[in-house]
Design a protein around this ligand. Structure first.
Ligand SMILES: [Zn+2]
Length: 51
């Protein structure tokens, strides 16, 4: 992986399923604006997976 390259990832709230796109690296995962729960990385967008 290239150093310093921005990597977009999708984060998801485990409680209300709110999703947001962030770019790595991040110092801290964002909190859900709806319920203030720490959000989790849903998937790496580069992999192109779909549900
Ligand atoms: Zn939430």
């Amino acid at each position: 992986m290239e150093r310093g390259k921005k990597e977009p990832v999708e984060v998801i709230c485990p409680r209300c399923r709110f999703t947001q796109i962030i770019t790595l690296p991040v110092t801290d995962l964002p909190k859900c604006p709806e319920c203030k729960t720490r959000m989790l990385i849903s998937e790496l967008l580069d992999e192109g997976k779909s549900y």
